[in-house]
Design a binder for this molecule. Structure first.
Ligand SMILES: Nc1ncnc2c1ncn2[C@@H]1O[C@H](COP(=O)(O)OP(=O)(O)O)[C@@H](O)[C@H]1O
Ligand SMILES: [Mg+2]
Length: 482
């Protein structure tokens, strides 16, 4: 098309012609009148008029040619734009016999279709973004999207809860000042590889997280826009870590508890076989020690087995109706020798019409006998151990069931007592206030741990009150049998 029509200012020509036409018509009219009046015949008179008309027609044709030029330019522009936007197939074909109006209408229809398409695409984009947001929000673990400079682009609700100071567009360092995590993020961006690292948070409570970083393509605000980013997710592994630590501590503790009596047994066996092989008095003495140590190991094994048995059933609440009084009487019979040996007395006081409790008689026997044994062990010789049982409406807050009345059993001694800082830890396995003293009196350090687990199973609880050098009172609370 280009070059076919000479470059010319069409408007200028149009203007000149428009100004000329009235004069041409005046001239035509003059010539016409002149011809009519002067010419010998009417036909002859009209000749100059016809010639002028010819000229005028020619001028109009030239003007017409120049007038369609801008439309040709518009068409050319539309087609090249359509090629550029890859929508050529959507532009209506310009036909030779098409009127300008039809062509313009075609273009307008196409434009409005394209506008509709653009709106639909924007809506689809927004829906996609919304579903991405919903997906992120539904994740229980804190998740953030970071740009390569570690600015926060997006964060879900869990992340905002974990870091109340979190602000989108701020750098990760403003909420998590962990050099190793930052290093891991940078390494992951550089390598394009997923990576993870443990992160410790100390406020508001001590917690450990497994931070996982994954390079991703983050969608921007248009379909085409995709930027390199990093997905950071934090998985709370505090419980796993704690359990891992507890397991390791437990194995270390058991080994340690076993090693001491075992070493002593082996040592005395060696002495009996060697230097003391002919010493009857020493043999008797050493055999006694070996017996004591073997019994201590046996108690430890018994307690460990008992603990693991209870733990396995801990989520099943026992359902029997148990009378407390016979249990207390059996304990008194079982422990009378130990009471006598320490010159102590065991006083049992029970309420009349004590209701039955919901539980397992053997396990409740184990709980109360552990408490009475402790009272005998850690109470002063010659003092009484008092066991009281009754019902009360004064229920401690840690009691797990909502009941109006519960049964309590308390064991009080007059002994060394326990200082306040030890009380919360007494039910931990192998926790002892005085290790040497506990071992000396035959303790395993597992008695109160067993008590705690049995009470958990019974949906009951334990309350410890103690005053140093005065004495202690261990009270258990149990649900009444309905
Ligand atoms: N009646 C009590 N008086 C003083 N200290 C006690 C009493 N009962 C328990 N303790 C302390 O609690 C620790 C843990 O008790 P327990 O779990 O029964 O283990 P142990 O086998 O050592 O008795 C004991 O080592 C002791 O230090
Ligand atoms: Mg004990």
């Amino acid at each position: 098309m280009r070059g076919k029509v000479r470059d010319f200012d069409v408007n200028k020509l149009g203007k000149i012609l428009n100004k000329t036409y009235p004069w041409v018509f005046l001239a035509l009219a003059g010539l016409f009148l002149h011809g009519l009046l002067k010419a010998p015949s009417c036909t002859e008179g009209l000749m100059p008029c016809a010639q002028l008309l010819n000229v005028v027609m020619g001028l109009i044709a030239v003007q017409g040619l120049y007038m369609i030029r801008p439309w040709l330019k518009v068409r050319e522009k539309i087609l090249s734009l359509a090629v550029e936007l890859k929508i050529l197939d959507r532009i209506p074909r310009f036909k030779r016999n098409m009127s300008l109006e039809e062509a313009a209408q075609g273009v307008i229809v196409t434009l409005s279709k394209l506008q509709e398409d653009a709106r639909a695409t924007t809506e689809a984009m927004l829906a996609l973004q919304q579903s991405q947001t919903d997906l992120m929000e539904s994740l229980p673990e804190p998740v953030m999207v970071l740009d390569p400079e570690l600015h926060i682009l997006r964060a879900n609700n869990s992340a905002r809860e974990l870091f109340p100071d979190l602000l989108v567009s701020k750098n990760l360092i403003t909420i998590l000042r962990d050099p190793q995590l930052l290093e891991t993020c940078q390494r992951s961006i550089a390598s394009g590889q997923e990576d993870d690292i443990e992160v410790h948070l100390s406020v508001p409570v001590e917690r450990t997280f497994q931070a996982r970083v994954k390079p991703i393509q983050h969608r921007g605000f248009t379909l085409q826009e995709r930027k390199s980013a990093l997905l950071l997710s934090l998985n709370d592994i505090t419980t796993i870590k704690r359990t891992e630590q507890m397991r390791a501590d437990f194995v270390a503790n058991v080994s340690h508890e076993m090693r001491t009596p075992l070493a002593s047994v082996l040592g005395f066996v060696e002495t009996l076989q060697g230097p003391a092989s002919n010493d009857a008095a020493a043999q008797k003495n050493f055999l006694k020690i070996i017996e004591t140590q073997a019994k201590s190991m046996s108690r430890l094994v018994e307690d460990l087995l008992s603990l693991s048995r209870i733990e396995m059933r801990e989520h099943h609440q026992p359902e029997d109706a148990v009378e407390i009084e016979p249990v207390l009487n059996n304990i008194a019979v079982m422990l009378q020798m130990q009471i006598k040996q320490k010159n102590m007395t065991l006083q049992i006081k029970t309420d009349e019409n004590l209701p039955q409790v919901q539980g397992d008689a053997d396990e409740l026997f184990q709980v109360i006998s552990n408490l009475v044994t402790n009272a005998i062990r850690y109470g002063r010789p010659g003092t009484p151990v008092i066991v009281e049982a009754g019902q009360t409406t004064d229920i401690p807050p840690q009691f797990p069931l909502s009941q109006e009345k519960v049964v309590f059993v308390s064991v009080s001694d007059r002994g060394m007592g326990i200082s306040a800082q030890h009380i919360p830890r007494l039910t931990e396995r192998f926790y002892r206030v005085d290790k040497a003293r506990s071992r000396e009196v035959g303790g395993t350090g597992l008695g109160l741990a067993i008590v705690k687990h049995i009470l958990n199973r019974h949906r009951g609880c334990l309350v410890v009150e103690s005053q140093e050098n005065v004495g202690s009172k261990f009270t258990i609370y149990l649900p009444i049998y309905n």
